[in-house]
Write a protein that binds this ligand. Structure first.
Ligand code: HEM
Length: 284
């Protein structure tokens, strides 16, 4: 699909089949629709420090929430929300070793969200997380119904918005940029959960190119890179104000598209070069 400039009257063509058979094309469409651009990438790169600071609290709150209801808590015994039989052993609590191990998975995942979103690897990982909760993985399937995944994403988003907007030192401009960028990613992840639960495009199921044999077998792999994400050297706005220098000039990340400085195979890296849009919703 080509999202180049078109005349105002001519809509951009989106190939329906490709949305189901090509992960790249699906992601390209979602990016374009959401206007995921260089401002979002810069906000993520320069703000990863703040995201990382929130990870332990987010993980604890999410697990507390999931253990609050029998239907979600049971999934940590049975790997499914479909079967309602009570587990033979006691319900797990937050300090149980199994839950501590799973908290680590979620921490890895959230750390991964702080990495470079201009690579296709980044979105492939999010897609694998989506698929692995859908019961479609053959070895030890994990079947979490969409209602729980959707509401869990909304819960993470709610924590995120509250935490970012109440940050004591960041400027409103940077808060807005970070909230917007992370929300776009969370909604794309939400799509990558939903796509394995809705039946849209089922007629193309045999042609889904991105699901390799390994994916079907499960396991997200390459966890070793998760701990190694680069941390931003950008300080918060309190210190940048006191030093009299605008935050972006401290940035370890390039101010334009970071993909340009690396060889990226990401087919939509150039999307990051589009200029940002603001809704200007309160302008009048
Ligand atoms: C919606 C946001 C969610 C995210 C981002 C998420 C993320 C993850 C990740 C990254 C893993 C580890 C995969 C691996 O490396 O093998 C995982 C495993 C798991 N998730 Fe989720 N999850 C979410 C929601 C849920 C919900 C709502 C439930 C239950 C109701 C759930 C139950 C599980 C279970 C049981 C495992 C397997 C743990 C194991 O193998 O020991 N997840 N999840």
């Amino acid at each position: 699909m080509d999202y180049g400039l078109k005349s105002a009257s001519e809509p951009m063509h989106v190939d329906r089949k490709l949305l189901y058979t090509s992960l790249e094309e699906r992601i390209k469409y979602l990016h374009h629709f959401l206007d995921f651009n260089s401002s979002d990438v810069e906000a993520l790169m320069t703000g990863s420090k703040y995201i990382k600071q929130l990870i332990p609290a987010v993980v604890n709150l999410v697990y507390k929430k999931l253990l609050e209801y029998d239907i979600t808590s049971r999934a940590f015994h049975t790997r499914t929300t479909v079967i309602e039989t009570e587990p033979e052993e006691d319900y797990l609590h937050e300090e149980a070793p199994q839950i501590k191990r799973r908290k680590m998975f979620l921490r890895w995942y959230l750390t991964r969200l702080c990495q470079d979103p201009t690579t296709m690897e980044f979105w492939r990982y999010l897609n694998k997380v989506g698929m692995m909760h859908s019961g479609q993985v053959r070895r030890s399937p994990l079947n979490i119904e969409y209602i729980h995944l959707g509401v869990c994403m909304a819960y993470i988003q709610d924590i995120w918005i509250e935490a970012m907007m109440s940050h004591p030192h960041l400027s409103l401009r940077r808060k807005i940029a970070l909230v917007r960028a992370v929300n776009k990613i969370l909604w794309i992840q939400n799509d990558l959960f939903a796509r394995y639960h809705v039946h849209d495009g089922d007629e193309f199921a045999d042609e889904m190119s991105e699901l390799s044999f390994d994916d079907r077998e499960g396991y997200l792999g390459d966890k070793k890179i998760l701990g190694s994400s680069s941390s931003s050297s950008v300080d918060d706005d309190r210190s940048s104000i006191s030093s009299g220098v605008a935050p972006s000039t401290h940035s370890a990340a390039p101010s334009s598209n970071p993909a340009a400085s690396k060889t990226s195979v990401c087919p939509f890296a150039e999307l990051g070069e589009r200029s940002s849009t603001e809704t200007k919703i309160w302008a009048n």
